[in-house]
Design a protein around this ligand. Structure first.
Ligand code: CDP
Length: 220
């Protein structure tokens, strides 16, 4: 595996734990680049649904993953020049993402693309396997979590702000299903690595979680 000296902060954890927001804010504070790896799996699910490819077709799905024509620019995610940043947050793509993400070939197809985000002065990457598979030499690995009810509420608020309709109890069920799928799959399962620091944000707000990650980084 090709390594370079550019520092990576890996933030992994279950769905709707606030990883994305925290990771983005940490990146801003350090003026680091930011990788939203979950967006890549969402884009695969989005493209599959648009092109009527079944979630059981690993080979075609991994081709979609390899050929994604995507550019991340600021808050925008341009897929073939169309901004799909908000569209891919819908629950149908959250669930689809966790299905396509279970396939080793799909994950393999996205590896180089993820590693290419590692550029000076540094990278904050969020996902499920940032510290375990994609950037095993990350200088700081955080496992960010919160209890499932808190996560369902956060996801509800996030979807409402984006004008996407949602229902709390459905969200809670989706989160539980997705956690189970992410934890129990054999390819890069979601788990706290022995070298990762646990950050439970159930009773922390975003600013406190960001400060905690920064404090750990400055301690290194
Ligand atoms: O925001 P949320 O945590 O709900 O989802 P996400 O980070 O956008 O990830 C969507 C799905 O992609 C997850 O449920 C995982 O199954 C998958 N994923 C993954 O397998 N590996 C990653 N590094 C990131 C996401």
């Amino acid at each position: 595996m090709e390594m370079n000296g550019t520092p990576v902060i890996a933030i992994d954890g279950p769905s709707a734990s606030g990883k994305g927001t925290v990771a983005q804010m940490v990146a801003e504070r350090l003026r680091f680049h930011y990788l939203d790896s979950g967006a890549l799996y969402r884009l695969v699910a989005y493209t599959a649904i648009q092109s009527e490819v079944g979630f059981d077709d690993e080979t075609t799905l991994s081709g979609i993953a390899r050929d994604l024509d995507v550019v991340f620019t600021g808050a925008k995610i341009l897929l073939k020049e169309e901004d799909v940043a908000d569209a891919i947050r819908a629950e149908i793509f959250s669930n689809g993402a966790s299905k396509v993400a279970a396939y080793p070939q799909v994950r393999e197809s996205l590896l180089d693309r993820q590693r290419a985000f590692r550029q000076i002065p540094g990278l904050v990457a969020d996902g499920r396997d940032m510290g375990s598979v994609v950037f095993p030499d990350a200088v700081l690995k955080i496992f960010l979590t919160a209890d499932a009810e808190t996560r369902a509420q956060r996801r509800y608020k996030q979807l409402m702000e984006k004008g996407i309709d949602a229902n709390i109890s459905t969200l809670l069920q989706d989160i539980r299903d997705r956690d189970a799928r992410d934890i129990n799959r054999s390819a890069a399962p979601l788990q706290q690595g022995a070298d990762a620091i646990l950050l439970d944000t159930t009773s922390l707000n975003i600013a406190q979680a960001v400060d905690e990650v920064l404090r750990r980084y400055h301690e290194i």
